[in-house]
Design a protein. Structure first.
Length: 388
């Protein structure tokens, strides 16, 4: 029952993000700079919420936390189109970011409670497919709704949040034995108790996740800015390219969720990082639309692989899975924000090649940092085990 809730929340989030841009431009008459800050304020408050709500999400029963997050999101998005004020749009969109911090980490922690190994990978795979499918559909739905009238996208997003909240309420009444607290999972053979619960590979996985979403932020910004200028592609082609990447990523979520050969294997994380370096270098010197589309297939595979590694190795063997998922969310959102800023600034100052090479450098730095951190933490764990 939680997978449809994840789908609806992801779809509503995507619709509200795009719908807010339409609303701020056509109804509020905001400048491009203010619209940019308005879009970014969600990520800033979401990351802050993931960190600040750690204790709250650990004590509040998951189903109530999720319901509160969805209902607050419904209220805040609804107030934006009701008040029609740029100032209050900033305020309510910031609160919406805080509310989302009560949803995603808690939802991932709840779904993975008490699961390890193959079962954990399968559940996280379908979770990734659910939110990515909602994210894929949301731009199309937002565009169709906005064609119907101004602020219709925001109205549709608010309604989708309301439907998701209704599903949660229905689940509370229909399934009374739902877990009230996130259970501490049994210790996994691949996890080392000296690390405080969990596998050391989570550090490598988080490094790769940051680099991959930095790459996504860079590509999204640069391709949108360069279309029709440095890149001989139309806006329609841009949409197709991004759709190819998103569909590939969703497929990787499902495939990795159904397999277990990659569990606790550091080599596949390292190979993914090296492929990321090569992909961004090729993208930096490629201008042909067909080649760009092919590279986007590879990008979709890399992002799907790094994301799945981050959530699986992040929660595997951990007692507080919601907090680990909060770290995962902070990592990928920091990557998106920094990648978007870097892509826009570097592209404007030095061009498309330099913007992509910065992303390739981030991949290489993450590869080296992951190796160093993994080695240091493993030696520390060995020393602690010997002293114990």
């Amino acid at each position: 029952m939680l997978y449809p809730v994840v789908f609806l929340f992801a779809m509503a989030s995507g619709i509200s993000s795009l719908g807010l841009i339409f609303f701020a431009k056509s109804v509020l008459g905001a400048s491009p700079g203010r619209i940019g800050f308005l879009s970014a304020i969600f990520n800033v408050f979401y990351v802050c919420g993931c960190y600040c709500f750690r204790n709250l999400s650990a004590t509040l029963p998951p189903r109530y936390s999720i319901f509160a997050a969805i209902f607050i999101s419904f209220f805040n998005v609804g107030m934006i189109f009701l008040l029609k004020s740029l100032f209050w749009s900033f305020v309510f969109f910031a609160f919406y970011g805080l509310a989302s911090a009560l949803f995603w980490p808690v939802m991932m922690g709840w779904l993975s409670a008490g699961l390890e190994g193959r079962r954990l990978g399968k559940v996280m795979g379908w979770y990734g497919f659910s939110w990515s499918l909602g994210s894929i559909i949301s731009p199309v739905v937002a565009g169709c709704l906005e064609d119907m009238g101004k602020s219709f996208a925001l109205r549709g997003a608010s309604f989708a949040f309301l439907v998701a909240a209704g599903l949660v309420v229905l689940g509370i009444f229909m399934i009374p034995d739902l877990s009230l607290k996130i259970a501490a999972p049994p210790r996994q053979p691949g996890a080392n108790p000296a690390t405080g619960g969990g596998t050391l590979l989570r550090y490598s996985a988080w490094c790769s996740a940051f680099a991959s979403w930095f790459m996504i932020g860079t590509i999204t910004t640069v391709v949108a800015l360069a279309a029709g200028a440095d890149l001989d592609i139309t806006k329609k082609t841009v949409g197709i390219i991004f759709l190819v990447r998103a569909l590939t990523m969703s497929l990787v979520f499902v495939v990795m969720g159904q397999t277990s050969w990659w569990h606790f294997r550091e080599k596949q994380i390292a190979i993914g990082a090296l492929i990321g370096v090569v992909a961004m270098i090729f993208l930096a010197y490629t201008r042909a639309p067909v080649m760009i589309g092919f590279i986007m297939l590879i990008v979709g595979v890399i992002v799907g692989q790094s994301y799945t590694n981050s959530i699986f190795h992040g929660v595997s063997g951990a007692a507080d899975k919601s907090w680990r998922m909060a770290i995962h969310e902070m990592v990928i959102n920091a990557g998106v924000v920094l990648g978007s800023v870097s892509g826009g600034v570097v592209y404007g100052a030095f061009g498309i090649t330099s913007a992509y090479l910065i992303s390739a450098a981030i991949w290489m730095i993450s590869f080296i940092a992951a190796g160093i951190v993994f080695t240091v933490m493993r030696r520390r764990a060995l020393v602690q085990n010997r002293s114990a």
